[in-house]
Design a protein around this ligand. Structure first.
Ligand SMILES: NC(=O)c1ccc[n+]([C@@H]2O[C@H](COP(=O)([O-])OP(=O)(O)OC[C@H]3O[C@@H](n4cnc5c(N)ncnc54)[C@H](OP(=O)(O)O)[C@@H]3O)[C@@H](O)[C@H]2O)c1
Length: 331
């Protein structure tokens, strides 16, 4: 198939392009930066410059590519980890999820694209009531876990509405929290510096996914003809109180500090408290049965050890982080 990947140079875009090429698909990879074209071409893709927030630029790129499938993997999260001011941190990403999706869908419609796959998010958007693990049948909470997250929740909901209403085969992949190459170095640095404490009882449940597994699920969605929303995460949703001390152990950091809720709320804000103590995890059963996909790293325990453990040296991950930063600066 001929597949246009918008946001091909990001944490998920890179393994996705690699896997698509390996499976014999033709890939048109987009970036905003002419300086990144060569690197994208080296991966075996055709590369084009496209600004996802500029309707004309999107229209031109999609019309020229004439893809059968469009994949929206554009976010703007590199170099930001301020969760206290969540909506500020996610402001451009929210635009990409709403306006960016509108531009891509309009361009896709104009050239008769058959399938459209968008990057969503699972986990904290689900209502924080009932059981700890949610399926796609469970509602998102209309009220975000904290006021500072409301615009980001609204953008995720709007993106799903846009894809559902579009006159093509639409899929939203609600990815769990990414880890793996290019996806978790800032998190690991926080844990090593003991700057990611265990808040309160640490009962917030997270669903993780290795970026290679997220890319594999995306390939499965591209190659299938199913539509709708799918949680794409591993088999083991886990409370922060379980995964955070384990992650510290894996990256050979001291155990995380413990911080009471009142102090975390004052210092880090209500978003962080909600994510550490209240949020729910997600079930991947629908993605497994409908996409015929199984995560290689079915548990974050094995995945963390493989992707972040002692075998992956600090030097390697620091070098990767420096290379990522350099490629961002070039951009
Ligand atoms: N589910 C999750 O947990 C999740 C999801 C997404 C990201 N993250 C995390 O966030 C961090 C950064 O993510 P990332 O590496 O994917 O980088 P990013 O900076 O979020 O960029 C991702 C892609 O979006 C593209 N992009 C950004 N703005 C654009 C625009 N206006 N028009 C067109 N394309 C645009 C970038 O393309 P160019 O820069 O080449 O133009 C890049 O290819 C990583 O740690 C990652 O793991 C996590």
């Amino acid at each position: 198939m001929r597949v246009l990947v918008a946001g091909a140079g990001g944490a998920i875009g890179r393994p996705l392009v690699r896997q698509l090429i390996e499976r014999g698909h033709e890939v048109v990879a987009t970036t905003r930066s002419p300086a990144k074209l060569e690197k994208l071409r080296a991966s075996g893709a055709e590369a084009v410059v496209m600004d996802g927030l500029d309707a004309a630029s999107v229209g031109e790129a999609v019309a020229r590519a004439e893809p059968e499938v469009v994949v929206h993997q554009m976010t703007s999260l590199a170099g930001t980890n301020d969760l206290k001011h969540f909506d500020d941190t996610f402001a451009v990403t929210n635009e990409l999820r709403t306006r960016g999706t509108e531009h891509l869908l309009a361009a896709a419609d104009a050239v008769g694209v058959r399938r459209f796959i968008a990057q969503g998010y699972t986990g904290w958007p689900y209502a924080r009531s009932g059981g700890p693990v949610k399926t796609e049948e469970d509602p998102f909470d209309p009220q975000a876990p904290a006021p500072a997250m409301q615009l980001s929740l609204d953008a995720l909901i709007r993106q799903e509405e846009l894809v559902r209403a579009a006159p093509l085969q639409g899929v939203v992949l609600r990815y769990g929290s990414f880890y793996g190459p290019g996806a978790s170095e800032p998190l690991v640095e926080l844990v090593r510096a003991r700057k990611l404490p265990l808040v309160g009882d640490g009962a917030g449940v997270w669903s993780w996914i290795h970026v290679d597994d997220a890319a594999a699920a995306t390939v499965a969605a591209i190659e299938s003809d199913v539509t709708g929303v799918f949680n794409v995460c591993d088999d083991e949703p886990a409370a922060v109180a379980r995964w955070l001390p384990y992650l510290a152990q894996v990256v050979q950091a001291p155990p995380p500090r413990r911080v009471p809720v009142w102090l975390a709320r004052a210092v880090a804000g209500a978003s962080v408290v909600a994510m550490m103590t209240q949020v729910r995890g997600a079930s991947n059963a629908k993605a497994k049965s409908h996409l015929g996909w199984t995560p290689r790293w079915s548990s974050w325990r094995d995945g963390f050890r493989h992707a972040l453990g002692p075998g992956v040296s600090r030097a390697t991950s620091a070098a990767r982080a420096r290379a990522d930063a350099a490629s961002c600066r070039e951009g």
